[in-house]
Structures are given as C-alpha cells and as structure tokens.
Ligand binder design. Structure first.
Ligand SMILES: NC(=O)c1ccc[n+]([C@@H]2O[C@H](COP(=O)([O-])OP(=O)(O)OC[C@H]3O[C@@H](n4cnc5c(N)ncnc54)[C@H](OP(=O)(O)O)[C@@H]3O)[C@@H](O)[C@H]2O)c1
Length: 342
C-alpha cells in the first residue's frame, strides 16, 4: 500500500510539473506572438507611412487663407527651408533669428517668389531678454498665427567632454534649444486655442534620441524637448492643436558642417519637403506618440536600431563615443592648421 501511494505521489507531482511546463511554454509563446505581431505591425506601418500614406494637408491650418506661420532660426539651413516651403504653400511668415541682414534677404526672396506677407524680427535667443520676447509678442499680437516651427537650435562648436564645456556655450545651448522653445510656444498657444486648431513642430535630433557623448549638453537639451513636446501634444489635443517632435539624423547645414548630401544626409530642402508632407505620421519613430522621423533613410536607420540593439544599448553609446572622439581630433587638428595659417 505504501508502495502504491508513493507511485501515486510521483505521478501527481509529474503531472503538476508538466502542467507548469505547459503553462510556462504557453506564456512564453504568447509573449513571442505579441512581440512578433507588434514588430510586424510596426514594420508594415513604417513602409505604409513612408511610401503610401500622406500626411495632414496644410490647408487644415489655413494655408492660402491669410494664416501665418512663425519660424524660429528662420534665416539659414532647415529653418530657411521651412520658411520658403511654408510661404510656397500659401502661409504668411514671421521670420525670427539673429542676423537682421539675412532676414531682410530672405524676406525679399519670399516676397519676390510668393504672394504672401512677411514680418521679420532679429532676436538672439541666447541672450534670453524679456524685452525681445515682449517684442515678439507685440509683433504676432494682430496676426492669425496657426503654425509654429520651433526650429532654432545650437550645438557645441566641436565635440567636447562635458567637464571641458565652456560655461557660456552650456548656457547658450539651454537658452536657445529649451528656454526659447518653451517661451515662444507659450506666446503662440493662446492664439491656437482661440482658433481651436494649429500646428506646433519642434526640431528634435538623433543627438537627443541617442545619448551622445561629447555632445552631452546638446544631447540632453534635445532629449528634454522629446518629453516636453509629447506631454504638450496630449495636453493640447482636446483643443484641436497638433504638436509634433521632428527627429532627424544629419542634414547638410552650417550646424552640421556637412556640405555634400548623401543617402543618409539630405539637404534642408529634401528634409523639409519630407517633413511637411508627413505631418501626423510617425514614420521612423514607430511607437513614439506625437513624434516623427520623416526622412526615409533616417526613418529606416532609427527603426533598425530600435528593433535590434536599442537606443540605450552600451554598444550604441560606445560607438557614438568613439565617433565623436574621432570628430573632435579632426576638428582640433583643423583648428591647429588654421591657427598656423596652413
Ligand atoms: N543640421 C543637422 O544635421 C541637424 C540634425 C538634427 C537636428 N537639427 C536641428 O535642426 C535645427 C536647425 O538646424 P540647422 O542645421 O538648420 O542650423 P543652422 O543651419 O546653423 O541654422 C540655424 C538658424 O538658427 C539661427 N540661430 C542660431 N542661433 C541663434 C540664436 N542664438 N538666436 C536666434 N537665432 C539663432 C541662425 O540664424 P543666424 O544665421 O542669424 O545666426 C539660423 O537661421 C536645430 O534645432 C538643430 O538642432 C539639425
């Protein structure tokens, strides 16, 4: 009798453990299915959004009907292209950046090419002067502003270890990238709420998406914009206002110091065209609400890294570190050659 009860016990415990194994297998299989279905959906979405679907029509924000777009950092690079392409689509434009002569030239170019109005305001955001913000508030007060492009940005002059970042550079990066973006947005939001519609695009960067050693202050300042902009998007959605953070890898410009475009590095014209035609589509920023990585090669690059090693992986961080150490060495050598007049 004792013998048969022992067999029964062993049998029951085998049944129990095989049940546990079965449930565990089912559980892990379910996780696998969810993961692979999720990946499949994101991949499908990426390609639909890159090659089939179109973004929101800018007419929704009053293009061609007297509405105004305000662009910061408007006189050069990506901001200049936003100004030109928004004017071409029928928006009157408020152009804000440091150098008055560049703003005057751009304003004349826009007036010559397109039948829209322009206003300019020379404004150094690094100075963070309340009188400048008051001047901007007064300038836009009578205007029907429905689109804000928070484009202005400053990076480190060359890659630099955080401990050696010059204090003025540190303060300027935060004042230009973060404080200016927040303050200008605060001036514009009441107008959009009153209209129950509008668009706020803010330029993020892969430098903020990936923690970037040797560009640490710039990287942090752009990462800040990701959370702020996404939070703002949720707050303003009930008011009919679209808020989007725009992510980008390198684009040819004075800031990137790259002149020649390539598959991975578009020029500002190509980059802005892809941005304005994909409002509301995440493209490469799959899974990130109110965020878009509009340019096709940047989108595929981001999707690949996020789906494999991940943005926060040590591999990516170390790769980034080595790359920026090499860029710093080259920049220091170049500065040395220039100093010697070679
Ligand atoms: N280029 C890239 O590879 C890249 C990649 C990712 C993200 N982004 C982001 O895209 C945005 C535009 O970059 P970009 O490459 O087009 O830059 P850019 O060619 O250097 O142009 C910067 C613009 O901002 C203005 N500006 C600079 N500092 C200013 C200040 N303190 N106050 C007011 N205006 C100021 C400049 O005006 P003045 O000429 O009058 O100084 C110029 O119009 C930035 O937010 C940047 O972080 C760029």
């Amino acid at each position: 009798m004792v013998f048969s009860s022992a067999i029964l016990d062993t049998y029951m415990s085998n049944v129990q453990s095989s049940k546990i194994v079965a449930y565990a297998s089912l559980f892990f299989a379910a996780i696998g299915v969810v993961k692979y279905v999720g990946f499949g959906l994101k991949l499908t979405n990426l390609f639909l959004q890159l090659y089939i679907l179109s973004g929101k029509n800018l007419k929704k924000y009053g293009a061609g009907k007297g509405a105004w777009a305000l662009i910061t950092g408007a006189s050069d690079g990506i901001g200049k292209e936003f100004s030109l392409q928004l004017a071409k689509k029928g928006f009157n434009v408020v152009l804000v950046s440091r150098t008055e002569s560049k703003l005057v030239d751009l304003s004349s170019e826009i007036n010559r090419k397109y039948k829209v109005e322009t206003k300019i305001l020379p404004f150094d955001f690094a100075e963070n002067k309340s009188s400048d913000y008051a001047a901007l508030a007064a300038l836009i007060e009578p205007l029907d502003v429905t689109v804000l492009i928070n484009n202005v940005g400053q990076s480190h002059s060359i890659p630099v270890p955080f401990i050696e970042v010059d204090d003025t550079e540190l303060t300027n990066i935060i004042a230009v990238n973060d404080i200016a973006t927040l303050k200008v947005t605060k001036l514009v939001i009441p107008k959009l709420i009153a209209k129950k519609m509008g668009l706020i695009l803010t330029m993020g960067s892969f430098g903020g998406l990936f923690p970037t050693p040797y560009l640490s202050v710039y990287s942090g300042s752009k990462a800040f914009l990701q959370h702020w902009s996404t939070a703002l998007a949720a707050e303003l959605k009930p008011n009919g206002i679209d808020v989007e953070l725009v992510l980008s890898y390198l684009v040819t410009s004075a800031m990137s110091k790259i002149r020649k475009s390539s598959t991975l590095i578009p020029n500002p014209k190509m980059f802005v065209a892809s941005t304005l035609s994909s409002i509301g589509l995440q493209r490469g920023a799959q899974g990130r609400t109110a965020t878009s990585t509009p340019y096709w090669s940047h989108a595929i690059f981001q999707f690949f890294v996020e789906s494999t090693v991940g943005i926060w992986s040590g591999i990516v961080s170390n790769q980034n570190l080595q790359m920026h150490i090499a860029i710093r060495k080259r920049a220091l050598k170049k500065a040395d050659r220039e100093k010697k007049g070679l």
